[in-house]
Design a protein around this ligand. Structure first.
Ligand code: UT7
Length: 337
């Protein structure tokens, strides 16, 4: 029997606390750093983002992942005991040990599943879907929970005005199930690539075993995000476009055959430039960066969930998921809903 994988349920969850550009401007002003609402809107398209309340266990990474997972399970009409594997994409885990996948498994009661964390930064959900697809197609798994969840507020570098305005917290989840290889609704293809040579463009130097965080390190913000925004911008436009074209070529499709495009939501201007390169009308591009900022591996699954729930994505439509992230990492998934 030959198998394919399809997404049967999606879910998302965000912290309560909305942080506007004005809130950020006021926070930075306390340290003598200038920014303003119109600069942030014009250069990024972001109006607000959500941030977990430090110390509120309801808004820990695994708690956001849990709420997203319940929503996805409900849509798929599955119970936690139906899940046989959990792929949890995050670069902001609850703890180094155990994995956030294990925290989630415990909280969800998914006692028959194995689980692991996956760190491919903003491409993580796409990497996770690809792993789920491989396990399901090989017959090793039947029902997988793929999660992309982040509490990026824990690693925001508040001394860097070009990066601190970008990030937010949130979680998206998908239930991925076995279907027949001939099924119309399925994951059509996945493409992944990493380029570790470009590590310096977006990294957190300290807090790992190479450079454990100390009070001195923290004073230099080395346990927080360091980013070369201008350079990443260029790589992002180039690679999002090329990974979209790779997916289409593999399936002998052209851009006009796409119903929806869900790119990683890092900056509205990146998304617009990619759509222009692909000759794809903006009406087919799904965008939530204005309301949530860049939530790393949560951007693609939360956007997918929103568009499935509000009826924009309809059965039989072709949807392209596309991302880039720290690493650098790249990937795309083409699927028929
Ligand atoms: O998941 C991947 C994560 N990262 C990304 O995708 C980042 C991609 N890059 C970007 O989104 C953009 O490059 C940024 C939003 C980070 C920056 O936008 P930009 O249009 O590339 O601005 P820039 O870095 O070229 O800076 C232009 C000016 C500079 O001032 P001068 O040198 O021209 O006087 C910056 O200092 O804007 C200044 N600037 C700001 N001004 C007000 C930088 N950040 C701010 C700010 N508020 N927050």
């Amino acid at each position: 029997m030959e198998y394919a994988a399809k997404i049967t349920g999606t879910g998302s969850a965000f912290p309560q606390n909305r942080v506007s550009n004005i809130d950020i401007s006021e926070k930075l002003a306390l340290s003598g750093i200038e920014t303003n609402d119109s600069w942030i809107r014009e250069r990024t398209g972001i109006a607000e983002r959500r941030m977990s309340m430090p110390g509120n266990s309801e808004e820990h990474n695994s708690s956001l992942g849990l709420a997203a997972a319940w929503n996805a399970l409900k849509m798929a009409e599955k119970t936690p005991l139906d899940i046989d594997q959990i792929i949890y994409s995050t670069c902001t885990p609850d703890t180094i040990l155990p994995s956030t996948a294990c925290w989630l498994q415990h909280k969800l009661g998914a006692a028959k599943a194995w689980g692991m964390d996956l760190n491919a930064a903003c491409s993580g959900f796409i990497y996770g879907l690809s792993i789920a697809d491989q396990f399901i197609c090989s017959g090793k798994a039947k029902t997988t929970l793929v999660i992309g969840a982040e509490v990026l507020s824990s690693i925001i570098n508040w001394s860097d005005r070009s990066s601190c305005i970008l990030f937010g917290d949130g979680a998206g989840a998908a239930v991925v199930e076995r279907t027949q290889a001939t099924s119309d609704q399925r994951i059509l293809s996945t493409h992944l690539l990493s380029d570790g040579a470009l590590w310096e463009m977006l990294h957190v130097p300290a807090g790992g075993s190479a450079l454990p965080a100390t009070p001195e390190i923290a004073l230099q913000h080395l346990n927080k995000i360091q980013m070369n925004g201008r350079e990443i911008f260029k790589v992002a436009v180039r690679t999002l476009s090329s990974f979209a074209l790779k997916a289409l070529k593999k399936n002998q499709m052209t851009v006009d055959m796409l119903d929806w495009f869900i790119p990683h939501q890092a900056n509205f201007r990146i998304i617009e430039a990619v759509a222009k390169r692909l000759n794809l009308p903006m009406e087919k591009v799904l965008i939530n960066v204005d309301r949530y900022g860049n939530t790393s591996s949560a951007t693609v699954p939360t956007m997918l969930d929103e568009a499935v729930r509000d009826g924009r994505i309809q059965k039989g439509q072709t949807v392209l998921l596309d991302a880039f992230g720290a690493g650098l990492t790249y990937g795309s998934v083409l699927l028929r809903w």
